[in-house]
Design a protein around this ligand. Structure first.
Ligand SMILES: Cc1cc2nc3c(=O)[nH]c(=O)nc-3n(C[C@H](O)[C@H](O)[C@H](O)COP(=O)(O)O)c2cc1C
Length: 188
């Protein structure tokens, strides 16, 4: 099995982080990999926001938590009401990929960019976890306005489609969930 396949099979969502920040070189490699993901008609309709300011990450986390507390979804409300639950797991870096709403496939382009970044992070020994709360927050007019009020809004006409936290893991690598069987159908 080659190294690329091994990285893909070994990447896990990490939910506890050391406070130490990821290196500048690693950050450049991660975001470069994101920008080499395929995009429809090579439009590259994205913007990457790298948030490494602890106070801002904390403010955004609290904003997302309060949004969940008022959600219609009982599971989200229960999760957010747990005081010890940190939506971003105290990770030192939060990365948001926003897409140009006028592009052909901004959602797909942003998701592929994020997957590239998760995999490259794993190859560098950096943990990551997709955190959907930011996208949910921005999918709501009030939430989007609050997000912008933190100075995090990107250009007009862009919408966050993917967010993930990155940092050095402070937990053992979790076991992979068993894969569901019979999900591949080969027709020859
Ligand atoms: C679209 C999407 C949204 C996710 N949102 C969250 C999230 O908000 N919080 C979280 O801890 N994990 C989140 N995850 C991570 C999944 O829970 C995780 O990938 C899944 O349990 C499989 O575990 P693994 O990544 O370790 O293989 C998300 C994953 C995806 C693809």
């Amino acid at each position: 099995m080659n190294e690329t396949i091994q990285t893909i099979l070994l990447r896990r969502s990490i939910r506890a982080y050391q406070p130490r920040q990821i290196g500048e070189v690693e950050l450049q490699e991660i975001t470069l990999a994101g920008q080499y993901a395929p995009t429809a008609m090579w439009q590259q309709p994205w913007h990457f926001t790298v948030l490494q300011n602890h106070d801002l990450i904390e403010k955004l986390q609290l904003l997302c938590k309060s949004f969940f507390l008022h959600s219609d979804n009982a599971d989200l409300r229960a999760m957010a009401s747990r005081e010890d639950y940190h939506l971003f797991y105290h990770a030192p870096t939060l990365l948001i990929v926003s897409g140009d709403c006028k592009a052909i496939t901004p959602l797909q382009d942003c998701l592929l960019a994020m997957e590239n970044m998760l995999l490259v992070a794993a190859s560098l020994g950096i943990g990551s976890c997709w955190v959907h709360s930011v996208v949910m927050l921005c999918g709501n007019d009030e939430g989007a306005a609050a997000f912008k009020s933190l100075g995090l809004g990107v250009s007009e006409g862009y919408l966050p489609h993917a967010a993930a936290v990155f940092g050095y893991s402070a937990m053992p690598l979790p076991e992979a969930e068993p894969r569901k069987s019979r999900r591949v159908n080969v027709v020859r």
